[in-house]
Every structure is written in structure tokens, then in C-alpha cells.
Design a protein around this ligand. Structure first.
Ligand code: 5AD
Ligand code: SF4
Length: 482
């Protein structure tokens, strides 16, 4: 379409757009649908999309929203990145994640050279860093759309703008206090779903970039959360995962503050909902009230992800975690006392600036003592703009690598021991999928987040059923349906 005509169409489309949300975005979904339809008629085939997610569960949930919108607009899923629209939902928590995105952009460029209709979008945490956006503008001019975490809800509007233009569209907001409810989402699993209960983080752990890219903590209204879960349950969902960077501080900033434990009690009442999970818990905010609610609940899974980060009280202070080793271990003891079969998992960073062998030994001691089912271990990554990045005594790479290997082998050994404790018992599992490794088998997930593979008919997928755990294979079981 000649430029002149396109501009007229663009101004018409924008002039008629409602101002209130989410009505405005539903309007743009309609507009984008028309544009996609027109282009696919011209091409004589449907337009395809591929949304690639980097990073955490929050990003995975955001991608379900992005995918839901793309499907409503008329794009169909493509198996790979050879698609008409490729969207990377990026993560920047560690440098590796950024490098992977830059690496893959090179590959996308060659695909775009072969497909003149191809459009490329970038969103998520990495885009909230100004040096990243500068680099993309300068070195990756073939990218069509760049937006961040705060304006994700505006995706239909941004998509429409992109479809009407041939220049790079960049829209990054520094902050937002807005939470837009009720946009479409396409769930990966029909029977389970993530549910955001809050956004952002106020903790400013000294190594972490999240508070800078996800902004200040904002909680959703309990009513909106309950309404979303009720709708999900009516649509076949049995298990929800409540998502937030620090769910234990949920509700503090609401006009009528409520605690996370109180929210859980409300969610427990939803009929038809069978399981509730949540992550992530910050040890400093985990209350006795929450432990009591978990202990008496019929629906809250006996699994707690409780990031340790370091076992050394000195390093924890430098990390600005606001608990020490003693308080962490007391908390673990209290939880185990109230919920004896709880599964504990954690995150640990190796090589924080100034970490000595003695500090590292303290981390090993806590891992030994707690006996986590799983621990996610990370090599410290320097994130510019965080306080830790300007600390002087960065630990040499070879020392970090050696500590990392030692930690990993202890974590694996303890994980194997912890995971085998249910051998011979019968457990309720939610059947999730056909086993990816063993043909003819199904995979079910226990409340404690452990997996069991067992023979069964795929019609059981999405059902809660009892399974006997006959054999422990390290981190998973082989079992039989009873
Ligand atoms: N370097 C290494 N790991 C990090 N994490 C957060 N920031 C960094 C960093 N700069 C880890 C923490 C957190 C998990 C999501 O990522 O362990 O809990
Ligand atoms: Fe990062 Fe700490 Fe917030 Fe977690 S609690 S997102 S580690 S700043």
C-alpha cells in the first residue's frame, strides 16, 4: 500500500480507538485481525507466528497472554522460527540470557532475508534496559517491534502499529501503576494455569536486576484474582500457580491490605479447584500465619520454593537479603514441624563478590542440613546498575567454577535422597502428558512437585488419580495406577 494511503488508514484507526482499557485493546485486536486477514488473502495462506520465551514462570505466563492475542488476531502457530511473526519474550536476570537473544537474532536476520513478510518483535525484561534498546536500534535495525514489561497489555495496539508501518516501533515505559485485567490468554495446558497475583519487586537484593526492569511491587485486587481463578476452573483448570516475585508480601500496598495467607484462604474456597501452588517465597516475609494455613489446607501443595541464595550470614547481609543462616534454618524447621512431608526447593548463587571458601562452606552446610528436593544453582552474573556490580572483590572464574561443581554434586546427592522418600506409597497425581522419554507411559505430578511415569491411557491426561510409586529413578518415579 502506498505510504500516503497507509498513513490515512493509520490515523483513522487511531482516531476511533476508545480510551479506556481493556476496551481499547479489544478494539485493536479487531483492527489487527482485519490487517492480518488482508495480508493472508494476498498471500493465499494463513500468517504464522512463533513466540519464544526466555526466563521465569512470570515470562511464561506473559507469553500465554501474547500468544492468546496473536491467535485472536488470526495468526496460527508455527513449529519453528521460520514464521511471519517471531516474538522473543526476553529475560535479563543473568548475562547468559542476553547473549542467547543476540545470538539468535543473527539467525532470525537470515530468515527474514528469505521471507520479506517476516516481522520480528522483542519484549520482556531485557528491553527495560536502555543500553539494550540502543544496541538493537544500532546493530539490529531489521527488528520491527520493541516493547517492555510495563506496557505488555498494549500489545494489540503495538501490533496494529507495527502492521501499518515499515519502521522499527519502540515503546518502553520506565514504570507503571496500571494493572489491566481481562485480556485473552492461551494456556499451554488446559488443566493448569499460572495466575499473576502481583507484579514487580521492592526488595533490591544487591545482585538482582529484577526491581529495575519489573518496577515497584503492585498487587492485584483479591476480587480480580478470585474472579480469574473461578473462570479458569469453569474452563477445566484444576491447578493454579500463583505468581509473584515475592508472594509473601502480597497485599501490603492495596487500599484494603490483606495478607497472602488470607488470600490463600479465599482461593481455597473456590469449588472445583483442586490444587494451589505459589512462587516465589522470600524467607524474610514468610509468616507463621502462612505456615498455619498451609498445614490445614486441603488444596495447597506441600511444596515450597524458598530461595537461600547463600548459606553465609555475612554474604546474605551483602546481598541485602535481610535474613541470616540461623533465621533461615529456624524457618525450615518450623515449616517441617507443621508440614512434615513438605518438599523444599531453592535457588543458590555461587561466587557473589567477596565470597570466600569459608562462606561457600556455609552454603554447603545449609544444603546438607536442609536436604532440598531440587536446588537451582547459578553462577553469579554481574548486572550493570545493581550495587553488587560495583563491588570490588569479584571472585575469579576458575574459583567459581570449582565451587559450582562441588555444590552441584552435593545438591544432586541430597536431591536423590530426598526425592526417594515416598517410595512404596500411593500419591494423588495430576496427569500432565504422555511421557516424553518412555513410550506408552504417562507423566503425573505429585503435590510435592515430583514426577512419576506410569502406564496408562492418554484419556487420563488432566485427571487427578492415585498412583503407587514402585521404583525411584533418582529424581522421578516409575509407578502404577491403582
Ligand atoms: N546472578 C546469578 N543469579 C542471579 N539470580 C538473580 N540475579 C542473579 C545474578 N545477578 C538468581 C537468584 C534468583 C533466581 C531467579 O535467579 O538465585 O532467585
Ligand atoms: Fe530479585 Fe531479590 Fe526481588 Fe527476588 S526478591 S526478584 S532476587 S530483588
Amino acid at each position: 500500500m502506498p505510504n500516503q494511503e497507509k498513513r490515512i488508514e493509520e490515523s483513522e484507526i487511531f482516531k476511533n480507538a476508545p480510551l479506556e482499557e481493556p476496551a481499547r485493546q479489544y478494539y485493536f485486536i479487531e483492527q489487527a485481525r482485519e490487517l492480518v486477514k488482508k495480508q493472508s488473502e494476498e498471500l493465499g495462506r494463513p500468517l504464522t507466528f512463533c513466540c519464544v520465551t526466555f526466563g521465569c514462570q512470570m515470562n511464561a505466563r506473559d507469553s500465554e497472554k501474547l500468544t492468546g492475542i496473536l491467535e485472536q488476531v488470526g495468526y496460527v502457530t508455527s513449529e519453528d522460527e521460520n514464521a511471519d511473526f517471531v516474538l522473543y519474550n526476553t529475560c535479563t536476570v543473568r548475562e547468559n540470557a542476553n547473549l542467547r537473544v543476540y545470538g539468535r537474532l543473527g539467525h532470525l536476520h537470515s530468515l527474514k532475508n528469505k521471507n520479506p513478510h517476516m516481522r520480528i518483535g522483542l519484549c520482556g525484561c531485557m528491553m527495560q534496559e536502555s543500553h539494550v534498546v540502543e544496541k538493537i536500534k544500532k546493530s539490529y535495525p531489521f527488528v520491527d517491534l520493541v516493547f517492555g514489561t510495563h506496557n505488555l497489555y498494549k500489545f494489540p495496539e503495538l501490533l496494529t502499529t507495527m502492521l501499518l508501518n515499515n519502521r522499527m516501533i519502540v515503546d518502553i515505559w520506565k514504570e507503571t501503576d496500571q494493572i489491566v485485567e481481562d485480556l485473552p490468554a492461551d494456556r499451554k495446558y488446559p488443566f493448569k494455569s499460572g495466575v499473576n497475583i502481583m507484579f514487580g519487586c521492592n526488595n533490591f537484593c544487591s545482585y538482582c536486576i529484577v526491581p529495575y526492569v519489573r518496577g515497584r511491587e503492585r498487587s492485584r485486587e483479591p476480587k480480580a484474582i478470585i474472579r480469574e481463578i473461578e473462570r479458569l476452573v469453569a474452563d477445566g483448570v484444576k491447578e493454579v500457580m500463583l505468581l509473584g516475585q515475592n508472594v509473601n508480601s502480597y497485599g501490603k500496598t492495596l487500599e484494603h491490605p490483606i495478607t497472602f495467607a488470607e488470600l490463600l484462604e479465599e482461593i481455597e474456597k473456590i469449588e472445583g479447584l483442586e490444587r494451589v501452588r505459589f512462587m516465589t517465597s522470600h524467607p524474610k516475609d514468610l509468616s507463621d500465619e502462612l505456615i498455619a494455613v498451609m498445614a490445614k489446607s486441603q488444596k495447597i501443595c506441600h511444596h515450597l520454593h524458598l530461595p537461600l541464595q547463600s548459606g553465609s550470614s555475612r554474604i546474605l547481609k551483602e546481598m541485602n537479603r535481610r535474613y541470616d543462616q540461623e533465621r533461615y534454618l529456624n524457618l525450615v524447621e518450623k515449616i517441617r514441624g507443621a508440614v512434615p512431608d513438605i518438599s523444599l526447593t531453592t535457588d543458590i548463587i555461587v561466587g557473589f563478590p567477596g565470597e570466600t571458601e569459608e562462606d561457600f562452606q556455609e552454603t554447603l552446610k545449609v544444603v546438607e542440613q536442609v536436604g532440598y528436593d531440587t536446588a537451582f544453582t547459578f553462577i553469579y552474573s554481574k548486572r550493570s546498575g545493581t550495587p553488587a556490580a560495583s563491588m570490588e572483590n569479584q571472585v575469579p572464574e576458575d574459583v567459581i567454577k570449582d565451587r559450582f561443581d562441588r555444590l552441584l554434586s552435593l545438591v544432586q546427592e541430597k536431591g536423590r535422597q530426598a526425592s526417594s522418600r515416598f517410595l512404596g506409597t500411593v500419591q494423588e497425581v495430576l496427569v500432565e502428558e504422555k511421557s516424553r522419554t518412555a513410550p506408552g507411559m504417562l507423566t503425573g505430578r505429585m503435590g510435592q512437585n515430583l514426577l512419576v511415569h506410569f502406564p496408562g491411557d492418554p484419556s487420563l491426561i488432566g485427571e487427578m488419580i492415585p498412583v503407587r510409586l514402585n521404583e525411584c529413578k533418582g529424581f522421578y518415579y516409575i509407578g502404577e495406577k491403582i
